[in-house]
Design a protein around this ligand. Structure first.
Ligand SMILES: [Zn+2]
Ligand SMILES: [Zn+2]
Ligand SMILES: [Zn+2]
Length: 805
């Protein structure tokens, strides 16, 4: 795959990297690789920028971690690619103190090599101790109750250090000097193994050995890890994995795996150098890897990731996981300890209740987890890292917004995010702290976890809120909570700003790529509340210099019979799509809809013909669903985005042609997919393979982006929204746009899905600043606005009426 010839890489390294010869090391490495740029220290870590040929820049990234000086320890390494600016040399700059003293709370850090050596060393006093840590590794965000970061402000306060630990803690030459969670088998947290009634089956090291026995015997183990409970079973045992699926009510969503070693994972999956870096990094996320197709020996049973060519893989990160995996030495399923849609459990007593009937045994400990932090999920996209779920290892590190943004220091903003894959964000000066992944706000537990986080984040940073930013969707619990926060104030209430969903996606992507308007934002996802009250999701938004946006184009709308019910039934999207172009004739495609029951057909016909409970949408996510259903790939979905994912996987590689589409030059412009659907139906008629149809569909979507980009004429094109988790769609769009001399941007550190909405809300709200009180839509001069306000009120009334019933 072709890459741009020259790139600028920015790296922020945190950890014991100051005063240990780290900057000279970086200087030598950059010179050796003939890269230009700079390195500087600041209170937030070491900032590095290098610029040069793609291959050298990538080699530089790998070698930072492989070859760093002996005393340097990297606790966190964030990297992203930004536009080239033309450095002419490499220089070491003086320390930068921007007067910016915002306290940095570190994420939880995977066990360092020194601590790991100790726990496997028989002669060490921490031999087989699962809670060993030092200043370079261990829990942080998950144990902090308040600032400053002292032991008294962490959940370690209940453990009094023994004399030996105390000595380490006060010795400036010791690796554990001021290591707040410092502990040893004598004085620190301990393991216990419980049965499902909470009766103690074993203590300390025995509990670890018995827990391993239980997993070997096909039992489901609930393990209290770093940021919450995980459910663990033997990934080679089909019956055990199936049982876990049944008990967890998770039918088809792939499970994540933990392999004992990199080599073991490499036997089953393709691992690139960048994948390897991620797997072994201090952040240690789950990395989506392609399975080796020729590998018939893979021990992973089918139920782990049904019909999925990828596996979500992580390596052990805490000493507890390392010890367990040494014991087992085979891959395990390690999925979040919850019932589907709920947040992960963090407390062992709560776990007994909530995971009752799911887990057979509980491996617990007495170090309280202050806030839940899930495992993060990442994948490599076009040679760069892309986070799909930002939590352990990353949260709550900030995204810095560029100072060219008008009044970046003006106000403190809390952004409450969207409904699915919720996160929160807190903007203080130039830093936007993004919370850990909270999840879908579908259950009471999820909502209370969200409320806790919404209170926690501003409290932790002692923030005085000037505004609260939320989605425009009146039904979202996050939106309602934002209103409550504001109305709870007696005086000096923060301003409530509602930010259109897709505009938030675009703003998030612009912020992390540090680019300025004018920009054409392509925001494609499943669902978002539009300015006109319809469901948006196939949007082309122009970011303007004044911090506002204009909807320049969108995909042609179609009706979704049953509204939200269509998300779980791609066949309903297919029906709505055909009804839009064929009217009542759509029913002549009987074979496509033969699994609708008679009464269902009657109901759906009514919805579509009378336009009742059949909202209009321009969503590309639903278009994916419709196509997946039309070609017989999937009629019902077990989870949001499943049909789209399977359509991505069904694509036959190497197919270059695309379906047609047309542009209607209205304002906003409309991209009409009717020619595409008609050609697709012809292909079906001719028994064309699914692989070819899926490829022509993907290619058509990319050509739509290229056509619009040419029409609008801005050089910078932002690709954002859940659809751009699709690797083929993103990579092909990037290549085609580059061929046509555009500059495409996509997500790296912040998810393209709704996990990125909170950041975007904070950024969009900062752009308009104190200029707008009350509801912030787009442009006050935009004619859309009147109708949108109208739609909003009408809808709000309807919702109220529904509640009263
Ligand atoms: Zn350590
Ligand atoms: Zn001790
Ligand atoms: Zn979205």
């Amino acid at each position: 795959m072709g890459m741009a010839s020259c790139e600028r890489l920015r790296v922020t390294v945190r950890g014991a990297v100051q005063g240990v010869g780290f900057r000279p090391f970086i200087y030598r490495l950059a010179n050796e690789l003939k890269l230009n740029g700079r390195v500087s220290n600041s209170s937030q870590g070491v900032f590095i920028e290098v610029e040069g040929p793609t291959n050298s820049v990538r080699e530089f990234l790998f070698r930072i971690e492989k070859e760093n000086p002996p005393r340097a320890v990297i606790q966190s390494l964030e990297s992203s690619f930004v536009d080239v600016i033309g450095y002419t040399q490499f220089e070491i700059c003086e320390s930068e103190e921007r007067g910016d003293k915002t306290v940095l709370i570190l994420p939880d850090i995977a066990a360092c090599a020194d601590c790991l050596r100790e726990v496997v060393d028989r002669k060490n006093r921490r031999f087989r101790y699962p809670f060993a840590n030092c200043t370079n590794c261990g829990p942080r965000f998950s144990i902090i109750e308040g600032l400053p970061y002292d032991r008294a402000n962490t959940s370690m306060k209940k453990f009094t250090m023994c004399r030996e630990c105390e000595r380490e803690y006060h010795d400036p030459l010791d690796r554990r000097f001021h290591a707040q969670p410092n502990a040893c088998p004598k004085c620190g947290p301990q393991l216990e193994l419980w049965n499902e009634d909470g009766a103690v089956l074993a203590e300390r090291d025995d509990s670890l050995r018995y827990a391993a026995d239980a997993v070997r015997a096909g039992k489901i183990l609930a393990l209290k890890g770093l940021g919450g409970f995980q459910l663990i079973v033997d990934a080679r045992n089909e019956a055990a994995v199936v049982r876990l699926r049944e008990r967890k009510h998770r039918e088809e969503k792939p499970f994540a795996l933990m392999y004992p070693t990199l080599a073991a994972a490499g036997a089953d999956c393709e691992i690139s150098a960048l994948d390897e870096r991620l797997l072994l990094s201090p952040e240690s996320p789950i990395v989506l890897l392609s399975r080796k197709m020729d590998n018939q020996q893979s021990p992973i049973v089918p139920s782990v990731a049904p019909r999925n060519p990828n596996l979500g893989v992580m390596l052990p990160y805490s000493p507890l996981h390392h010890l367990l995996m040494r014991e087992l030495n085979f891959p395990i399923v390690a999925t979040s300890g919850n019932l589907s849609d709920e947040p992960i459990c963090i407390d062992e007593h709560e776990a007994l209740q909530r995971l009752r009937g799911i887990a057979d045994v509980f491996l617990v400990h007495d170090r309280p987890i202050v806030r839940h932090v899930d495992d993060s999920v990442a994948r490599v996209m076009y040679g760069r890292e892309m986070l799909l779920r930002r939590a352990r290892g990353y949260a709550p590190l900030p995204v810095r917004i560029k100072s060219e943004i008008p009044n970046p220091k003006s106000e403190t903003i809390l952004a409450v995010g969207a409904h699915l894959k919720n996160t929160l964000a807190l903007k203080i000066d130039e830093n936007i702290f993004v919370s850990q992944h909270i999840g879908d706000l579908e259950t009471k537990q999820a909502y209370s976890a969200f409320c806790r986080a919404a209170a926690d984040l501003p409290r932790l940073y002692d923030a005085k809120l000037a505004s609260v930013a939320c989605d425009m969707h009146p039904d979202y619990l996050s939106t309602k909570h934002a209103r409550e926060i504001v109305s709870d104030w007696k005086t000096h209430a923060p301003v409530l700003l509602d930010v259109q969903h897709h505009w938030a996606h675009v703003a998030a992507c612009m912020a992390e790529n540090e680019i300025q308007a004018p920009v054409l934002g392509v925001a494609w996802d499943g669902t978002g509340f539009g300015l006109d009250g319809t469901i948006w999701g196939g949007e082309f938004l122009r970011a303007k210099n004044d911090g506002l946006f204009e909807r320049v184009a969108h995909l042609r709308q179609f009706r979704l019979p049953g509204g939200d019910a269509a998300i779980r039934q791609p066949r309903r999207s297919a029906l709505g799509l055909l009804h839009e172009i064929l009217g009542p004739d759509c029913w002549s495609f009987r074979r496509l809809f033969r699994d609708f029951a008679e009464h269902e057909q009657r109901l759906l016909r009514q919805m579509l013909e009378k336009k009742i409970n059949a909202p209009l949408t321009s969503s590309v996510g639903r278009l994916f669903d419709a196509v997946a259903a039309l070609i017989g790939l999937r009629q019902r979905a077990g989870f949001e985005g499943q049909a789209a994912m399977e359509l991505e996987f069904a694509r036959q590689p190497g197919v270059q042609n695309a379906y047609s589409f047309s542009l209607q030059y209205a304002s906003p412009m409309i991209i009409d997919w009717e020619p595409m659907v008609r050609e697709l139906l012809d292909d079906l008629e001719r028994h064309e393979t699914r692989g070819v149809i899926a490829a022509k569909f993907h290619n058509a979507l990319v050509e739509m982006i290229v056509a619009l980009a040419k029409r609008i004429g801005h050089e910078s094109i932002v690709l954002t929204g859940g659809c751009f988790q699709n690797r083929y769609l993103t990579e092909r769009a990037v290549e085609r746009l580059r061929e046509e001399n555009f500059r495409p941007y996509w997500h790296q550190r912040i998810p393209p899905n709704d996990g990125g909405i909170a950041l975007g809300q904070a950024v969009a709200a900062a752009w308009v600043g104190g200029r707008t009180r009350g509801h912030y839509h787009s442009d006050a001069r935009d004619s859309n606005r009147r109708s949108s306000t109208h739609g909003w009120q009408r809808r709000a009334k309807r919702i109220k009426a529904r509640r009263l019933k």
